[in-house]
Design a protein around this ligand. Structure first.
Ligand SMILES: C[S@@+](CC[C@H](N)C(=O)[O-])C[C@H]1O[C@@H](n2cnc3c(N)ncnc32)[C@H](O)[C@@H]1O
Length: 244
Protein backbone atom coordinates (compact mmCIF):
# COMPACT_ATOMS: atom_id res chain seq x y z
CA UNK A 1 0.00 0.00 0.00
CA UNK A 2 1.48 3.34 -1.07
CA UNK A 3 0.15 6.01 1.24
CA UNK A 4 0.06 7.22 4.81
CA UNK A 5 -2.59 7.01 7.48
CA UNK A 6 -3.36 10.37 9.14
CA UNK A 7 -6.06 10.07 11.79
CA UNK A 8 -8.72 7.86 10.19
CA UNK A 9 -7.78 8.86 6.63
CA UNK A 10 -5.56 6.90 4.27
CA UNK A 11 -3.90 9.48 2.03
CA UNK A 12 -2.78 8.18 -1.35
CA UNK A 13 -1.06 9.92 -4.24
CA UNK A 14 -2.35 7.73 -7.10
CA UNK A 15 -5.73 6.32 -8.11
CA UNK A 16 -6.58 3.08 -6.35
CA UNK A 17 -8.80 0.36 -7.85
CA UNK A 18 -10.96 -0.61 -4.87
CA UNK A 19 -10.62 1.91 -2.04
CA UNK A 20 -13.00 -0.23 0.13
CA UNK A 21 -10.24 -2.83 0.54
CA UNK A 22 -8.29 -0.30 2.65
CA UNK A 23 -11.01 -0.28 5.30
CA UNK A 24 -9.32 -3.45 6.55
CA UNK A 25 -6.37 -1.34 7.69
CA UNK A 26 -6.59 -0.57 11.41
CA UNK A 27 -8.36 2.74 12.09
CA UNK A 28 -8.96 3.63 8.42
CA UNK A 29 -12.49 4.91 7.60
CA UNK A 30 -11.78 7.16 4.64
CA UNK A 31 -9.50 7.30 1.60
CA UNK A 32 -8.35 10.60 0.08
CA UNK A 33 -6.24 11.13 -3.01
CA UNK A 34 -4.02 14.19 -3.04
CA UNK A 35 -2.89 15.11 -6.53
CA UNK A 36 -0.64 17.75 -7.95
CA UNK A 37 -0.07 21.01 -6.11
CA UNK A 38 -1.68 23.73 -8.21
CA UNK A 39 -2.52 27.40 -8.33
CA UNK A 40 -1.35 30.49 -6.55
CA UNK A 41 -2.30 29.09 -3.16
CA UNK A 42 -0.18 25.98 -3.80
CA UNK A 43 -2.97 23.70 -2.62
CA UNK A 44 -3.17 20.09 -3.84
CA UNK A 45 -5.96 18.68 -6.03
CA UNK A 46 -8.13 16.65 -3.68
CA UNK A 47 -10.35 13.65 -4.41
CA UNK A 48 -12.22 11.90 -1.61
CA UNK A 49 -12.29 8.28 -2.82
CA UNK A 50 -14.16 6.88 0.15
CA UNK A 51 -16.10 8.55 2.98
CA UNK A 52 -16.72 12.24 3.53
CA UNK A 53 -14.46 15.20 4.19
CA UNK A 54 -10.75 15.68 4.73
CA UNK A 55 -10.58 16.85 8.35
CA UNK A 56 -9.41 14.37 10.97
CA UNK A 57 -7.74 14.02 14.36
CA UNK A 58 -4.37 12.32 14.34
CA UNK A 59 -3.04 10.77 17.54
CA UNK A 60 0.68 10.56 18.24
CA UNK A 61 2.56 10.15 21.49
CA UNK A 62 -0.58 10.78 23.58
CA UNK A 63 -1.21 14.07 21.75
CA UNK A 64 -4.12 14.99 19.47
CA UNK A 65 -3.58 16.91 16.25
CA UNK A 66 -6.65 18.08 14.35
CA UNK A 67 -5.93 18.95 10.74
CA UNK A 68 -7.31 18.96 7.23
CA UNK A 69 -5.15 16.54 5.23
CA UNK A 70 -5.79 18.49 2.03
CA UNK A 71 -4.50 21.78 3.45
CA UNK A 72 -2.01 20.97 6.19
CA UNK A 73 1.09 18.80 5.98
CA UNK A 74 1.72 15.93 8.36
CA UNK A 75 5.21 14.46 8.24
CA UNK A 76 5.59 10.96 9.69
CA UNK A 77 9.33 11.39 9.28
CA UNK A 78 9.30 14.02 12.06
CA UNK A 79 7.80 11.73 14.72
CA UNK A 80 11.09 11.03 16.48
CA UNK A 81 11.99 14.72 16.50
CA UNK A 82 8.62 15.69 17.97
CA UNK A 83 9.19 13.20 20.80
CA UNK A 84 12.84 14.12 21.28
CA UNK A 85 12.20 17.83 21.70
CA UNK A 86 9.39 17.28 24.21
CA UNK A 87 11.84 15.14 26.22
CA UNK A 88 14.48 17.90 26.35
CA UNK A 89 12.35 20.64 27.89
CA UNK A 90 12.96 21.10 31.61
CA UNK A 91 10.70 22.28 34.38
CA UNK A 92 9.97 26.01 34.31
CA UNK A 93 11.36 26.70 30.84
CA UNK A 94 10.00 29.35 28.50
CA UNK A 95 9.95 28.21 24.87
CA UNK A 96 9.43 30.23 21.70
CA UNK A 97 8.19 28.20 18.70
CA UNK A 98 8.85 30.51 15.75
CA UNK A 99 7.15 28.30 13.11
CA UNK A 100 4.49 26.50 15.09
CA UNK A 101 2.23 25.13 12.36
CA UNK A 102 -0.67 23.25 14.00
CA UNK A 103 1.43 22.72 17.11
CA UNK A 104 3.71 19.92 15.87
CA UNK A 105 6.29 20.65 18.59
CA UNK A 106 4.38 22.96 20.92
CA UNK A 107 1.64 20.45 21.73
CA UNK A 108 3.96 17.53 22.71
CA UNK A 109 6.05 19.92 24.83
CA UNK A 110 2.93 21.24 26.59
CA UNK A 111 1.55 17.73 27.13
CA UNK A 112 4.73 15.94 28.21
CA UNK A 113 7.03 18.45 29.89
CA UNK A 114 6.82 20.79 32.89
CA UNK A 115 7.27 23.82 30.62
CA UNK A 116 6.20 27.15 32.05
CA UNK A 117 5.11 28.81 28.82
CA UNK A 118 5.32 28.33 25.07
CA UNK A 119 4.83 31.21 22.64
CA UNK A 120 3.65 29.52 19.41
CA UNK A 121 3.80 31.73 16.34
CA UNK A 122 2.14 30.84 13.03
CA UNK A 123 1.64 32.94 9.91
CA UNK A 124 -0.78 30.73 7.96
CA UNK A 125 -4.41 31.37 8.99
CA UNK A 126 -5.53 27.76 8.43
CA UNK A 127 -2.63 26.32 10.41
CA UNK A 128 -3.16 28.95 13.12
CA UNK A 129 -6.83 28.00 13.42
CA UNK A 130 -5.87 24.33 13.92
CA UNK A 131 -3.14 25.35 16.38
CA UNK A 132 -5.79 27.07 18.50
CA UNK A 133 -8.13 24.09 18.24
CA UNK A 134 -5.32 21.70 19.19
CA UNK A 135 -4.47 23.75 22.27
CA UNK A 136 -8.08 23.26 23.40
CA UNK A 137 -8.24 19.58 22.34
CA UNK A 138 -5.15 18.77 24.37
CA UNK A 139 -6.28 20.94 27.27
CA UNK A 140 -3.11 23.05 27.46
CA UNK A 141 -4.38 26.66 27.18
CA UNK A 142 -2.48 27.70 30.30
CA UNK A 143 0.83 26.56 28.76
CA UNK A 144 0.60 27.75 25.16
CA UNK A 145 0.07 31.30 23.97
CA UNK A 146 -0.69 31.22 20.23
CA UNK A 147 0.35 34.26 18.19
CA UNK A 148 -0.95 34.84 14.66
CA UNK A 149 1.43 36.44 12.21
CA UNK A 150 5.07 36.71 11.16
CA UNK A 151 7.53 35.58 13.83
CA UNK A 152 9.85 38.40 12.79
CA UNK A 153 7.29 40.86 14.10
CA UNK A 154 5.74 38.85 16.92
CA UNK A 155 8.53 36.90 18.60
CA UNK A 156 8.95 38.06 22.20
CA UNK A 157 12.41 39.42 23.02
CA UNK A 158 14.71 38.19 25.79
CA UNK A 159 12.37 35.58 27.28
CA UNK A 160 13.31 32.15 25.92
CA UNK A 161 15.34 29.31 27.38
CA UNK A 162 14.75 27.49 24.10
CA UNK A 163 13.77 28.54 20.57
CA UNK A 164 12.35 26.14 17.98
CA UNK A 165 13.02 26.81 14.30
CA UNK A 166 11.10 23.86 12.82
CA UNK A 167 10.76 25.14 9.30
CA UNK A 168 12.78 24.43 6.23
CA UNK A 169 13.08 27.08 3.58
CA UNK A 170 14.99 30.22 4.36
CA UNK A 171 15.23 29.35 8.05
CA UNK A 172 18.65 30.98 8.41
CA UNK A 173 17.07 34.36 7.64
CA UNK A 174 15.36 34.07 11.04
CA UNK A 175 18.40 33.23 13.16
CA UNK A 176 18.56 36.87 14.31
CA UNK A 177 14.95 36.58 15.50
CA UNK A 178 15.79 33.40 17.41
CA UNK A 179 18.83 34.99 19.04
CA UNK A 180 16.88 38.01 20.21
CA UNK A 181 14.12 35.77 21.61
CA UNK A 182 16.68 34.05 23.89
CA UNK A 183 17.08 35.32 27.45
CA UNK A 184 19.95 37.73 28.13
CA UNK A 185 22.10 34.90 29.46
CA UNK A 186 21.35 32.75 26.40
CA UNK A 187 19.77 29.38 25.77
CA UNK A 188 19.25 26.65 23.18
CA UNK A 189 18.22 27.02 19.54
CA UNK A 190 16.94 24.04 17.53
CA UNK A 191 17.81 25.07 14.00
CA UNK A 192 16.37 23.14 11.02
CA UNK A 193 17.65 23.20 7.47
CA UNK A 194 17.34 21.23 4.23
CA UNK A 195 20.86 20.68 3.04
CA UNK A 196 22.70 18.73 0.31
CA UNK A 197 24.40 15.59 1.60
CA UNK A 198 27.95 16.89 1.21
CA UNK A 199 27.30 19.99 3.35
CA UNK A 200 25.11 18.34 5.92
CA UNK A 201 26.00 19.65 9.38
CA UNK A 202 28.76 21.85 7.99
CA UNK A 203 26.48 24.50 6.50
CA UNK A 204 23.86 24.59 9.31
CA UNK A 205 26.56 24.78 11.99
CA UNK A 206 28.38 27.52 10.06
CA UNK A 207 25.17 29.49 9.66
CA UNK A 208 24.36 29.30 13.38
CA UNK A 209 27.91 30.33 14.32
CA UNK A 210 27.89 33.18 11.83
CA UNK A 211 24.56 34.51 13.14
CA UNK A 212 25.83 34.21 16.72
CA UNK A 213 29.15 35.90 15.93
CA UNK A 214 30.62 37.33 19.12
CA UNK A 215 28.74 34.91 21.37
CA UNK A 216 29.98 31.60 22.73
CA UNK A 217 28.35 28.70 20.81
CA UNK A 218 28.32 25.07 21.88
CA UNK A 219 26.88 22.57 19.38
CA UNK A 220 25.01 20.08 21.57
CA UNK A 221 23.66 17.78 18.89
CA UNK A 222 23.33 17.36 15.13
CA UNK A 223 20.91 14.90 13.61
CA UNK A 224 19.29 13.93 10.35
CA UNK A 225 15.51 14.06 10.67
CA UNK A 226 14.76 12.54 7.28
CA UNK A 227 15.69 12.42 3.64
CA UNK A 228 14.06 15.47 2.05
CA UNK A 229 14.65 14.80 -1.65
CA UNK A 230 17.33 12.91 -3.61
CA UNK A 231 20.70 13.89 -2.10
CA UNK A 232 19.13 16.41 0.30
CA UNK A 233 18.54 15.94 4.03
CA UNK A 234 16.35 17.66 6.58
CA UNK A 235 18.69 18.16 9.53
CA UNK A 236 18.47 19.79 12.93
CA UNK A 237 21.27 21.34 14.96
CA UNK A 238 20.88 22.01 18.69
CA UNK A 239 23.06 24.97 19.62
CA UNK A 240 23.57 26.39 23.07
CA UNK A 241 24.38 30.07 22.86
CA UNK A 242 25.76 32.19 25.69
CA UNK A 243 24.81 35.81 25.03
CA UNK A 244 26.50 37.54 27.95
C1 LIG B 1 5.69 23.21 7.83
S1 LIG B 1 5.54 23.72 9.45
C2 LIG B 1 6.70 22.77 10.26
C3 LIG B 1 6.44 21.35 10.15
C4 LIG B 1 6.99 20.63 11.36
N1 LIG B 1 8.43 20.77 11.42
C5 LIG B 1 6.61 19.16 11.41
O1 LIG B 1 6.91 18.54 12.38
O2 LIG B 1 5.96 18.63 10.51
C6 LIG B 1 6.28 25.29 9.38
C7 LIG B 1 5.27 26.38 9.60
O3 LIG B 1 5.96 27.63 9.62
C8 LIG B 1 5.04 28.62 9.18
N2 LIG B 1 5.82 29.83 8.85
C9 LIG B 1 6.63 30.04 7.78
N3 LIG B 1 7.19 31.27 7.84
C10 LIG B 1 6.75 31.86 8.99
C11 LIG B 1 7.00 33.11 9.63
N4 LIG B 1 7.82 34.02 9.08
N5 LIG B 1 6.40 33.37 10.81
C12 LIG B 1 5.57 32.45 11.38
N6 LIG B 1 5.29 31.24 10.82
C13 LIG B 1 5.87 30.94 9.64
C14 LIG B 1 4.36 27.96 8.01
O4 LIG B 1 3.12 28.57 7.74
C15 LIG B 1 4.22 26.51 8.51
O5 LIG B 1 2.95 26.28 9.09
Amino acid sequence: MKGKVIGDILVVKKDVENPETFLELPGVNRVVKLGRIKGLKREPEVEVLLGDGTETIHRENHCLFKLDVSRIMWSKGNTTERKRIAGLVEKGETVVDLFAGIGYFSIPIAVHSMVDKIYSIEINPTAYDYLCQNITLNDVPDRIEPLYGNCRELAPVGVADRVLMGYIGNTHHYLDVALSALKDEGGVIHYHESVPDKFKFIRPVDRVKEAADGFEVDILNKRIIKKYSPGVYHVVVDAWIRKE
